[in-house]
Design a protein around this ligand. Structure first.
Ligand code: FMN
Length: 191
């Protein structure tokens, strides 16, 4: 029987960002989406502000999100900067996903804003690991356009969208991530 460490390390190591082009046409049951969301709620949170807020986008909502991202892109770039391929990519990617969860941060004012962001990021990692354990592919997308999604997502004034968590089933095999050694990133103080 595997130990808790062995189970955990396998999921941590095998989690990869899986992009929409790899998603297959297979619906993620609501129960699975809820299992993924539920684990966000167990993230650490300073002063218990629990700043993670989510908007789940599925079915016809996906096409509406794709259209909105395209509309924002067109409105925010100059005609010289506009690229038809980029414009089309928003609707293409949203249509490839089965579900997209908008990741939002609620700013309480009780702690520095970076701590709210850190707590939401911990929540998203819980979701990513749970998705991996349930064989759901996912990735955190953060195009600059998310700054302008507040109206589409119906966010409150103290909420800010910090990403889109794309999800879909897929047939990718696990691969080794591209990382330099942890030894290069750690200093020890022992005396
Ligand atoms: C906060 C955050 C934002 C990200 N935004 C994007 C993004 O906009 N586009 C993208 O292709 N990947 C994005 N990623 C995913 C990274 O590309 C991915 O984590 C990286 O390539 C390492 O691959 P891995 O997740 O499979 O380990 C984001 C990841 C994080 C943590």
């Amino acid at each position: 029987m595997s130990t808790a460490y062995e189970n955990l390390i396998k999921i941590i190591k095998e989690r990869r960002s899986i992009f929409p082009a790899s998603y297959i046409k297979k619906e993620i049951p609501i129960e699975v989406i809820n299992q993924i969301l539920e684990t966000a709620n167990y993230a650490p949170t300073h002063k218990l502000t629990q700043p993670w807020r989510f908007v789940v986008i599925r079915k016809a909502g996906l096409a509406r999100l794709g259209e909105e991202l395209g509309r924002l892109y067109k409105a925010l770039v100059t005609p010289q900067q506009f690229l038809q391929k980029k414009y089309d990519s928003f609707a293409e990617k949203t249509s490839q996903a089965d579900c997209i969860i908008a990741i939002n941060m609620q700013v309480s004012g009780k702690i520095p804003e970076w701590e709210e962001l850190a707590a939401v990021s911990c929540a998203v990692q819980n979701m990513a690991l749970t998705a991996e354990s349930l064989k759901v592919g996912a990735y955190w997308s953060s195009p600059p356009l998310i700054d302008d999604l507040g109206e589409f997502l119906n966010l409150n004034a103290n909420e800010k969208c910090i990403g889109l968590f794309y999800m879909g089933y897929h047939n990718e095999k696990p691969w080794e991530p591209n990382r330099t050694s942890i030894k290069e990133k750690v200093k020890w103080i022992e005396e």
